[in-house]
Design a binder for this molecule. Structure first.
Ligand SMILES: Cc1ncc(COP(=O)(O)O)c(C=O)c1O
Length: 376
């Protein structure tokens, strides 16, 4: 039986699971008094922004385009942080963003006046220099040595804080609330003295709040502690947690070849449709599969680009894979649709929703023009 009757490759968002995640996040917001924003860098499927907006307080953006998308399709609060703004974009950005976070005092000096005159709430990204991540994931650690993200204590200029309403830090990646507790302690010991008079504190993303083992109570009490101690609004801006486990990427087996292994060539691709598999790297979950040799038939699942390394991973199945079978990758809503590319002229996967009612519906299909329009 096919997982979906829709044409593949296809991202399929599970509306039911999305709503479950949103309910958890809304509960955290209600009990802690925090405001929760969707980090669009992880998930920008704007057709479901009206649904997400019923639960969350707004969006956060990495620059002009995400800020515009958030303002136009989500509404509510629009926040933006970029390591460096450009003069060309800043004027337009003022049309969309409510909160603007600067990464350095020189950026604040260059653009702060424009933002203040336009009535924006301005903040500064801080680097508490507190690494809490697995050393294997150095690429995702904004507190690592030589990080360009956020002002370190050494570079902090308290005399420049006039007009700054809040601090922002983002240091976590797929972590639990114990890591946030440690980060807050480091933040307070280095920058707590400057919280006097601030209106808000943004704790960034990387909080895996909707994961089963996440300690929600610890998060709620930490937020309550911060709100009371500093009399500030507290923001969280998770991306992954909003859509954790809420999407699939469905591919179809196009061909099977043999070379020291059974190799299935799919109509999807690690390089084009799930680049994090190669970049992080990680092994995505595949429905009804096991580790290599755990089940009777083991295959290397691969993409159909020319890249020899376009390999998703080795998986075993109870039955032989046949041309035409669907292969379903799990947890494919986050950092996937936003990162696809058309290398090799690969078609982009359709974007679809599995409605609460169980029906699957394509909300966006792509074609040749989408490939061509990125080139000239
Ligand atoms: C500044 C900022 N906020 C929020 C996020 C969202 O993080 P996540 O999707 O891990 O929750 C990121 C991710 O890189 C980020 O850089």
């Amino acid at each position: 039986m096919k997982f979906t009757e829709l044409p593949t490759p296809c991202f399929l968002l599970d509306e039911n699971k999305l709503i479950q995640n949103l309910a958890v996040l809304r509960d955290v917001a209600q009990r802690s008094g925090a405001k929760i924003l969707l980090a669009q860098k992880a998930f920008s499927m704007f057709s479901v922004y009206p649904l997400i907006a019923e639960y969350l307080d707004g969006t956060t953006a990495s620059g002009l385009f995400e800020a515009r998308l958030g303002k136009e399709h989500f509404g509510k609060e629009t926040h933006v942080f970029s390591p460096a703004y450009t003069e060309q974009e800043f004027g337009e950005l003022l049309q969309y963003a409510d909160h603007i976070v600067f990464n350095s005092f020189s950026q604040w000096k260059a653009y702060g006046n424009y933002a203040r005159i336009a009535g924006k709430s301005c903040g500064l990204r801080i680097n508490p220099e507190c690494s809490t991540q697995d050393p294997d994931h150095a690429m995702y650690d904004p507190c690592g040595p030589t990080s360009r993200l956020g002002v370190t204590l050494e570079n902090f200029q308290p005399e420049m804080l006039n007009g700054i309403d809040g601090f922002h830090f983002h240091t976590l990646c797929e972590q639990n609330s114990d890591a946030l507790v440690r980060t807050v302690a480091a933040f307070e010991s280095k920058f707590g003295a400057y919280m006097e008079g601030m209106k808000w504190l943004n704790l960034g993303g990387g909080h895996h709040i909707t994961r089963d083992d996440y300690d929600v109570e610890k998060l709620v009490s930490l937020i309550i502690y911060l709100r009371r101690k500093y009399n500030v609004e507290v923001y969280l801006e998770p991306g992954e947690a909003v859509v954790l486990g809420a999407g699939y990427l469905v591919g179809t087996v196009l061909e099977i070849v043999h070379n020291h292994a059974h190799i299935a060539i799919l109509d999807t691709s690690a390089a084009c449709h799930m680049p994090d598999v190669l970049e992080v790297p990680y092994r995505p979950p595949v429905f009804r599969s096991g580790q290599p040799n755990e089940k009777a038939f083991t295959y290397l699942l691969t993409g159909r680009t020319c890249l020899a390394g376009d390999i998703i991973g080795e998986y075993s199945f109870d039955n032989r894979l046949l041309v035409g079978d669907q292969v379903v990758f799990g947890d494919m809503a986050l950092y996937t649709m936003v990162k696809t590319n058309t290398f090799n002229g690969m078609p982009l996967p359709n974007i679809a929703i599995r409605r609460v009612s169980g029906t699957d519906e394509v909300v966006r299909a792509f074609g040749y023009e989408d490939f061509k329009n990125r080139l000239s």
